[in-house]
Design a binder for this molecule. Structure first.
Ligand SMILES: Nc1nc2c(c(=O)[nH]1)N[C@H]1C(S)=C(S)[C@@H](COP(=O)(O)O)O[C@H]1N2
Ligand SMILES: [Mo]
Length: 496
């Protein structure tokens, strides 16, 4: 039989703690952007089952509001990095999850290769009455005895089994069920968890379960023989000097604390650098998903959400307001850049290019969802029409809204967004002119907006005023590929 406390258990235990803390804190940052939990993908305002915010916005509110108004600034003491930085929080989350899964895989391989699984996986139903017995013993303020020839008592073994083999995979699976690309490509997968909001709620409850486990786990160690437990898990040797083990263990915890302080401080102080450095780890993964998953969403009219949140206040310029007043009859959409046939299209021209309609679910980066029907021109038709040159790698959509005027918060410049050309040829990538069978309402992007159903909402530029085919987005704006990427440090691939 394997040793009770091999060295690799000590090492992976430590790494696991480090990455789980990163995941928990960056996960809370993501939650702070939309601090409400739902079981239904319509996300009706006021119908959340859990809310971490005092602010209330009703569907019938007189004062216009957008989903960014629902965001909360959480303290860097609990969230990574805190202070309304969902872009960076997501970077940390997706960076950490890769290392956490890697640690987990190494651990699982060793668990099976060494036979350690005998200590963790119950092979007989008697584990249940035995665990209940253990609990009874604890309630009498006594320590239950270990399973003969094994390192843990029955309740402990059962708990570890649940955490390692059920809770950890559950967090990975519910996490994947929140990716817009996964949801658009495999709509059935989301249904397993009752949609994105179900997955989001369950993912949060998984975090709560991890937290409850950790508290009980630490408490149990404290009521057991601390020096001996420390020797086992820190030095991988039950008989080692316990005091030494406690000191080394505390030094390890202190190291984790210091790393978290440094990471948090650095992320808040050097946001662009953090976005770039973590992007190296995170973007390739997002790009692969965005590239290989084509949308297959087909909802029914009965699924259409009664209320569809707005994100981004409408443009305020005189030019736009006048166009809107006249029903956009003078609107022209110039499409140019690295193309063979630049054009300038009226709404009638656009309609003449042939239509496509789709009922799909919108995924805002903050976390809310809503279903609507979108009608318009496939971007593939636009590409055919203008004939991009070989050098054209990205498409930029420029918008009418000057965010310095409409959103403030110290941000500035006109909204824009770019996508790689291949994303425009996806089956559900369209320039939408209609929403739910009506011309686009002003707040949802009239007269023309982008829909890319495998992506997060921020990639779908509303109030489009011009389209340009370019080679490299680094020459535009602050060079990150879009206004939210520039100003809010979002990643510019948005498949997750
Ligand atoms: N021009 C422009 N387009 C925009 C935004 C914006 O602020 N300005 N916000 C984006 C974000 S973050 C989201 S989630 C969606 C919201 O679309 P909706 O308002 O129709 O719900 O629009 C995207 N397109
Ligand atoms: Mo968004």
């Amino acid at each position: 039989m394997p040793e009770f406390f091999p060295w690799w258990v000590a090492v992976t235990h430590f790494l696991n703690l480090f990455f789980l803390l990163l995941l928990a804190r960056s996960g809370l940052e993501v939650l702070s952007a939309f601090p409400k939990l739902y079981w239904y993908d319509n996300c009706p305002p006021g119908r959340e089952w859990l809310r971490f915010s005092k602010k209330m916005y009703g569907a019938d509110s007189r004062k216009p509001w957008t989903s960014l108004d629902e965001e909360e600034a959480w303290t860097p003491l609990i969230a990574l990095p805190g202070k309304k930085n969902i872009g960076l929080g997501r970077h940390w989350h997706f960076m950490s999850v890769q290392f956490w899964i890697l640690t987990g895989l190494v651990y699982i391989v060793l668990v099976f290769a060494t036979g350690y699984w005998h200590y963790l996986i119950p092979t007989h139903w008697s584990i249940i009455p035995d665990s209940i017995n253990s609990l009874g013993t604890y309630l009498h303020f006594q320590i239950p005895s270990k399973i003969p020839g094994e390192p843990f008592e029955p309740a402990q073994k059962l708990t570890y089994f649940i955490i390692i083999f059920l809770l950890a995979p559950f967090q990975v699976l519910t996490g994947a069920a929140m990716s817009p690309s996964v949801l658009a490509r495999f709509p059935w997968y989301g249904k397993i968890f009752h949609g994105k909001q179900g997955a989001r709620s369950l993912h949060f409850l998984g975090l709560v379960a991890f937290a409850v486990f950790t508290v009980i786990h630490v408490f149990m160690v404290l009521i057991h023989d601390v020096p001996k437990e420390a020797a086992s898990i820190v030095l991988a040797n039950q008989d080692a000097n316990g005091i030494e083990a406690i000191i080394i263990g505390c030094a390890g915890l202190f190291l984790i604390l210091v790393l978290h302080v440094v990471i948090t401080w650095f992320s808040l102080r050097y946001r662009r650098r953090t976005q770039r450095m973590l992007g190296v780890m995170v973007n390739p993964f997002e790009r692969v998903i965005s590239k290989s998953f084509l949308s297959r969403e087909r909802f029914h009219s009965k699924d259409i959400s009664p209320y569809f949140r707005v994100n981004g206040y409408p443009p305020t310029g005189e030019h736009y307001e006048q166009l809107a007043e006249e029903g956009f009859q003078d609107y022209r959409l110039p499409i140019g850049g690295l193309v063979d046939h630049p054009v300038s299209l009226s709404l009638a021209d656009l309609r003449g290019l042939g239509g496509q309609s789709q009922i799909t679910k919108h995924n805002c980066i903050q976390g809310w969802t809503a279903v609507a029907q979108w009608g318009g021109v496939p971007l593939a038709r636009i590409i055919e029409l203008v004939g991009p040159q070989e050098r054209a790698k990205h498409i930029v959509f420029y918008a009418f809204d000057d965010k310095g005027l409409t959103e403030g918060e110290g941000r500035y410049g006109f909204f824009y967004g770019s996508i790689p050309v291949h994303l425009a040829t996806n089956p559900q990538s369209i320039l939408a002119l209609e929403m739910n069978g009506e011309p686009l309402p002003i707040e949802h992007g009239a007269p023309v907006r982008v829909r890319l159903e495998t992506q997060l909402g921020f990639k779908m530029v509303k109030w489009v005023c011009a389209i340009e085919f370019i080679e490299d987005y680094r020459d535009i704006g602050m060079g990150q590929g879009g206004w939210r990427e520039d100003q809010q440090y979002y990643a510019n691939a948005a498949g997750i």
